[in-house]
Design a protein around this ligand. Structure first.
Ligand SMILES: Nc1ncnc2c1ncn2[C@@H]1O[C@H](COP(=O)(O)OP(=O)(O)OP(=O)(O)O)[C@@H](O)[C@H]1O
Length: 259
């Protein structure tokens, strides 16, 4: 996939909750069209807050952008509503694999398509596209999402976002609480979309091992501030960086992915 112009950029973003608690004190990052960017950092570093800032979700959490700018597709979107951003193709999969638990897997996917106003005829090929990407979902399509496994719920949440035909897919810790094989399957599917359709992806992860394996570039947050930005390959190979910023001790990660 050829990497083109800047699709998203955050420049010096600062954010607070309740006008008091400072969660971000200088976040800068860039996603170019066709790129996979990993946003890394320890627990509480500010990854979720940064994603909510760029997808317009902070006000719903009594959060505010106090300084800095966010530009998406050439326009300033610093205080845009989530609905406007989704219509413009910036779609986020929230942390915790949120599904409509009582709706079937297929109805969850259809909700995603309806966001873009897709009619019945247009929905079918879109559903097929998701089932090709995640064959497990085809098997489970008539099952209530709340009765499916954690991995299937994560695939449903991602599939629902993809039904909205994003240009930039933003994911918050898709690996959380999932077995390594399931995580690998999800990242492999995302990489395939990136390669075959040119989908741009920004993924926040505590599991830096898997994220760095699939990303083109990575940005590291520490206590609300960007401390490192560079090619993922460099971060993969630099043991000193991994030890200092990403919690890797000698012999591997200090905190392995949850099974
Ligand atoms: N709704 C909220 N109200 C007040 N403070 C919050 C809120 N959400 C997060 N914070 C605080 O903002 C800081 C950054 O948290 P954030 O959740 O963005 O980090 P994170 O890197 O995503 O961590 P995790 O990996 O645990 O989700 C933390 O100090 C956290 O306690």
């Amino acid at each position: 996939m050829t990497i083109h112009e800047v699709l998203l950029s955050l420049d010096g973003v600062e954010a607070t909750y309740n006008h008091a608690i400072r969660a971000l004190s200088g976040v800068s990052l860039t996603v170019r069209t066709g790129e996979i960017v990993a946003l890394l950092g320890a627990n509480g570093a500010g990854k979720t807050t940064a994603l909510k800032a760029l997808s317009g979700l902070l006000p719903a959490e009594r959060g505010q952008i106090a300084a800095g700018t966010i530009v998406y597709d050439g326009g300033d979107v610093t205080r845009r509503s989530p609905a406007e951003l989704v219509r413009a193709g910036l779609v986020q999969v929230l942390e915790g694999r949120h599904c409509f638990r009582s709706l079937t897997v297929e109805d969850n996917l259809i909700v995603g398509g309806q966001v873009q106003g897709l009619g019945r005829a247009a929905l079918r090929p879109e559903l097929e596209r998701i089932y090709t990407l995640f064959p497990r979902l085809r098997d489970r399509r008539k099952t209530a999402a709340g009765l499916t496994s954690g991995g299937e719920q994560q695939m449903t949440a991602i599939g629902r976002a993809l039904m909205a035909r994003p240009r930039l897919l933003v994911l918050d810790e898709p690996s959380m609480g999932l077995a390594p094989l399931v995580v690998e399957g999800i990242f492999t599917a995302l990489k395939r979309l990136n390669r075959e359709e040119g989908l741009s992806i920004l993924v926040a992860e505590q599991n830096s091992t898997v994220a760095l394996r699939h990303a083109d570039r990575a940005s590291v947050l520490e206590t609300g501030r960007t401390v490192l930005d560079g090619p993922a390959a460099d971060l993969r190979e630099r043991d000193d960086i991994k030890a200092f910023y990403l919690g890797f001790g000698v012999g591997g990660p200090a905190a392995p992915a949850a099974a």
